[in-house]
Write a protein that binds this ligand. Structure first.
Ligand SMILES: [Zn+2]
Length: 222
């Protein structure tokens, strides 16, 4: 009985593979350099893309190939990665994702306020020094506040929501954030969110605290 199922599943996989190949071969051949890159291009283009319609407010689904309809804003199809550079503004995709979440939460009677987003490295250095003084050591401080070269706030890829007030409303974002590609990053910080997933996809597991980022930074820096 089991073998039948295996054969049916394998046949389905072969048929899908053949369909993709036929589709690729029928496409403009100059556009595709090889079958394998064409398949990944096709798969990438048919990925779901969520678009925020502020007039409703609601999310609409489209595909990467079709893009977002006029009057709506793309939430982007990928996670927003951290990077070492100091940013001049909050990452635009992160900003749109939070605006969408805030508007839809508001329509459900939930208030989400951005208490801190982009911070300069100068401000982050001061916050880190204050935390070291308060907790007595760098080892304790990095669990809560990261040094300016490691924190994602100066990179414009992190936001603090309802910091130090209204934790119950922020729980809404923790539960629903993945729909917008927003995830709570740390188990000890209920207010800190980043664009860690594709909208609609599950969030990665939370890190125990921010000191994990220091370990990652040190292992990736020569
Ligand atoms: Zn934060």
């Amino acid at each position: 009985m089991k073998r039948w199922w295996v054969e049916i599943v394998l046949s389905a996989i072969v048929l899908i593979g053949a369909s993709v190949q036929i589709f690729v071969l029928n496409s403009d051949s100059s556009k595709f350099s090889s079958t394998s890159s064409s398949v990944s291009t096709v798969l990438s283009e048919i990925r779901t893309l969520f678009c925020f319609d502020p007039a409703v407010p609601a999310l609409e689904s489209s595909t990467v190939a079709m893009g977002c309809p006029e009057g709506t804003q793309s939430l982007g199809a990928d996670p927003v990665p951290s990077h070492p550079e100091e940013a001049a503004t909050l990452d635009s995709i992160l900003a749109i994702r939070f605006a969408a979440a805030k508007a839809i939460a508001n329509s459900e009677g939930i208030s989400l306020q951005l208490t801190s987003g982009l911070r300069s490295k100068t401000v982050q250095a001061r916050l880190f020094a204050d935390e070291v003084k308060k907790l007595g050591s760098e080892q304790e401080a990095i669990k809560w506040v990261l040094p300016p070269d490691i924190s994602h706030h100066p990179q414009g890829t992190a936001i603090d929501v309802n910091y130090n007030f209204d934790r119950p409303s922020t729980k809404w974002l923790e539960i629903n954030g993945y729909k917008f590609g927003l995830c709570r990053a740390y188990a000890n910080e209920w207010w800190h969110f980043e664009a860690l997933t594709s909208p609609g996809k599950k969030c990665p597991p939370m890190k125990i605290n921010a000191s994990v980022d220091v370990a990652q930074y040190e292992s990736s820096t020569p």
